[in-house]
Structures are given as structure tokens and as C-alpha cells.
Design a protein around this ligand. Structure first.
Ligand SMILES: *[C@@H]1O[C@H](CO)[C@@H](O)[C@H](O)[C@H]1NC(C)=O
Ligand SMILES: *[C@@H]1O[C@H](CO)[C@@H](O)[C@H](O)[C@H]1NC(C)=O
Ligand SMILES: *[C@@H]1O[C@H](CO)[C@@H](O)[C@H](O)[C@H]1NC(C)=O
Ligand SMILES: *[C@@H]1O[C@H](CO)[C@@H](O)[C@H](O)[C@H]1NC(C)=O
Ligand SMILES: *[C@@H]1O[C@H](CO)[C@@H](O)[C@H](O)[C@H]1NC(C)=O
Length: 287
């Protein structure tokens, strides 16, 4: 395309036509062969990873009837190809093109990530009746690491029968199959996931429960299981403090007594207090 031939410069109109020229040029450039992928993404061994990818090509004059997207490493070792018999054995059955090519989305998912899946990987598009192109200037590498233990936060010093809120978070790279949590303590749990950056998510499990004296000195353990089978855990030891019970009044022949008991000992104390005189009345009072 020879753009300059379409613009006839007359001195009076020179300025606006220069702007027109630049706009045409930018428009042309935006639809050329470009792919947008991170140069590196990190994934966890055994988990899956989604490589975010979008691509562009100069619009052919007529809408193509078919688009074929592939991913390869080295010189056309296909790690993804719609015909799986073209895929090298290490990757067969582990890769899927999750992006919609018609939306210019070439995102690739790799399951059961292995330490050897480092890349670099290149996307290639084949446009039927038009042309083919490998985006060799936009390769992506993968840093495969082992997952860190979850970050567990809970107020470690709690009172008996107090409502405890604990939360446990892990990072992951697999939006379709985030890690599953288990807690060592029963309670009401809820999970939410948050995208931190392209290809990186954080998933958090929150647990609410009411502490009891049997929780004292016991670890609260949160375990996250990645889909590949890898498990990580963190634990914190709960220190359950005694609490004074609501005072209650005992009225005996010898007078009225106000009693408060340490909740930790309530169960035993109830049975060990004896009164010499007849118990006339006992009732709870609140402060
Ligand atoms: C591309 O496709 C993936 C997978 O379906 C999706 O998560 C992502 O948001 C898409 N990207 C864009 C830019 O639409
Ligand atoms: C990871 O890949 C290597 C080399 O391709 C292979 O020998 C190994 O069995 C793979 N490990 C897993 C867990 O799939
Ligand atoms: C846990 O308790 C907090 C604060 O009381 C509340 O905001 C949250 O919704 C509760 N979560 C669940 C899962 O019940
Ligand atoms: C927590 O993980 C460690 C290894 O990191 C393991 O030895 C331990 O058995 C795990 N604990 C539980 C309760 O799963
Ligand atoms: C116990 O004593 C309180 C206050 O002294 C009184 O209000 C209540 O009725 C009494 N209860 C009984 C069962 O006698």
C-alpha cells in the first residue's frame, strides 16, 4: 500500500493532511502482525496454567472461512495443535486453546504443569485462503515453582465461646480449577478468588467458628490441595483464654452470694460447689 500517493499536498491544506496521514498510518499499524503475551508467567508444579494471549493480523479483504491456531517450541515442535497427533508426546492431552480465535484470543491452558515445561513457546496462526504467521517476536516462557505454604491469619488469643474468624490464602495460576481448602476445625467456610495480575490469582478461604475450651493449645490447620495433587498447609496454635461467666446470685439461709466462675472451669466447678444451708433461690443476673 502506498499511502503517500493518496495524499496530494497543497500548501494551504498541508497541516490537516499531515494529521490525516499519521492517522492512516497508525490504523494500518494496529492491525498488523502483533501478539500480546507476557514474556514470562509463573505456574505451580502439578497445577494448570493459562497463558494470556491476544493477537492481531492485517484484516484480509474477505472474512476468512477458517482460523487455525497452534503453539510450538523450538522449530515447530507442536505443544498444541487441533490435530493432537501433531502434538509432541510430552504435551499430548495436556494443552488446550481456551481463547476464541475469532475474538483474536490465543490463550493457552497447560494442565499438570511439569518442571520441564519452561518454553519458550510461540503462537502461530493459519488463516485459510490468506496467509500463515508465527509470532516469533512474542515468545512466552514459564517459571515453574513449588507452591508456598498458605498464609493463615487468625487471632491466636481468643476467649471461650468467642466467634473466631480465620482466613487462609494461596496463590495459583489455574482459574478453572483453583485449589481446594480443608480446615482442621468445623465451622462456616466461604471461598473467594481474586485476580492479582494477568495469569495470577489468589484464592482465600474464610472460616468462622465459635471457640470452645477443647480448642485450647490445639493447632488450627488449613490445607490447600492443588489439582495436580500437591498439598500445602499452615497452622497456628490457639490460645483460648478463660472468661468470667455472667455472675449469678445464690440466696441461702446465710445470705446472698454473687458468684462468677472462670468459664474454663465451669463444667467442673458446677459440680464441686456445695452449700451447707438450703438453697432458696438462684438466678442469673447480667451486668
Ligand atoms: C481470552 O480467553 C480467556 C479464556 O477464555 C479469558 O479468560 C480471557 O479473559 C480472554 N481475554 C480477552 C482479552 O478477552
Ligand atoms: C516431567 O517431564 C519429564 C521430562 O519430560 C518426565 O520425565 C517426567 O516424568 C515428567 N514429570 C511428571 C510429574 O509428569
Ligand atoms: C464470618 O464473620 C465475619 C465477621 O463477623 C463476617 O463478615 C463473614 O461474613 C462471616 N463469614 C462466614 C462464612 O460466615
Ligand atoms: C503439612 O505439611 C507438611 C509438609 O510440608 C507435612 O509433613 C504435614 O504432614 C502436613 N500436615 C498436615 C496436617 O497435613
Ligand atoms: C429469686 O429471687 C429473685 C430476686 O431476689 C426473684 O425475682 C425471683 O422471683 C426468685 N425466684 C424464685 C424461683 O423464687
Amino acid at each position: 500500500m502506498n499511502l503517500s500517493s493518496t495524499i496530494k499536498v497543497s500548501p494551504a491544506a498541508c497541516r490537516s493532511e499531515m494529521i490525516l496521514f499519521i492517522l492512516i498510518f497508525l490504523d494500518f499499524d494496529a492491525s498488523s502482525w502483533t501478539a500480546e503475551v507476557p514474556s514470562s508467567v509463573s505456574g505451580l508444579q502439578g497445577s494448570c496454567i493459562v497463558i494470556p494471549c491476544s493477537f492481531n493480523y492485517p484484516e484480509p479483504e474477505k472474512k476468512p472461512s477458517k482460523l487455525t491456531g497452534t503453539w510450538f517450541k523450538n522449530q515447530y515442535d507442536y505443544i498444541y495443535h487441533p490435530d493432537s497427533s501433531n502434538v509432541i508426546t510430552d504435551y499430548r492431552g495436556r494443552t488446550e486453546l481456551v481463547g476464541d480465535l475469532w475474538q483474536k484470543n490465543c490463550s493457552l491452558r497447560i494442565d499438570r504443569l511439569n518442571h520441564s515445561d519452561i518454553g519458550p513457546f510461540t503462537f502461530r496462526i493459519e488463516i485459510e485462503d490468506h496467509t500463515k504467521y508465527s509470532y516469533i517476536n512474542d515468545k512466552v516462557s514459564i517459571a515453574v515453582s513449588s507452591p508456598d505454604p498458605p498464609s493463615l491469619s487468625v487471632r491466636e488469643e481468643v476467649k471461650v465461646e468467642e466467634e473466631v474468624s480465620a482466613s487462609c490464602s494461596v496463590f495459583h495460576s489455574c482459574p478453572s480449577e483453583h485449589p481446594l481448602f480443608t480446615w482442621s476445625h468445623s465451622g462456616t467456610a466461604s471461598v473467594h478468588s481474586q485476580q492479582l495480575a494477568k495469569g495470577h490469582w489468589e484464592v482465600t478461604s474464610s472460616l468462622n467458628f465459635s471457640s470452645t475450651i477443647t480448642d485450647h493449645n490445639q493447632p488450627l490447620i488449613c490445607t490447600a490441595a492443588y489439582r495436580g495433587g500437591k498439598m500445602v498447609n499452615s497452622s497456628k496454635t490457639l490460645n483460648v483464654k478463660c472468661k468470667w461467666t455472667t455472675p449469678f446470685v445464690l440466696t441461702t439461709l446465710f445470705g446472698r452470694f454473687t458468684l462468677s466462675l472462670l468459664a474454663r472451669e465451669t463444667v467442673n466447678a458446677r459440680h464441686s460447689i456445695e452449700f451447707r444451708g438450703p438453697l432458696l433461690n438462684s438466678s442469673s443476673i447480667g451486668f
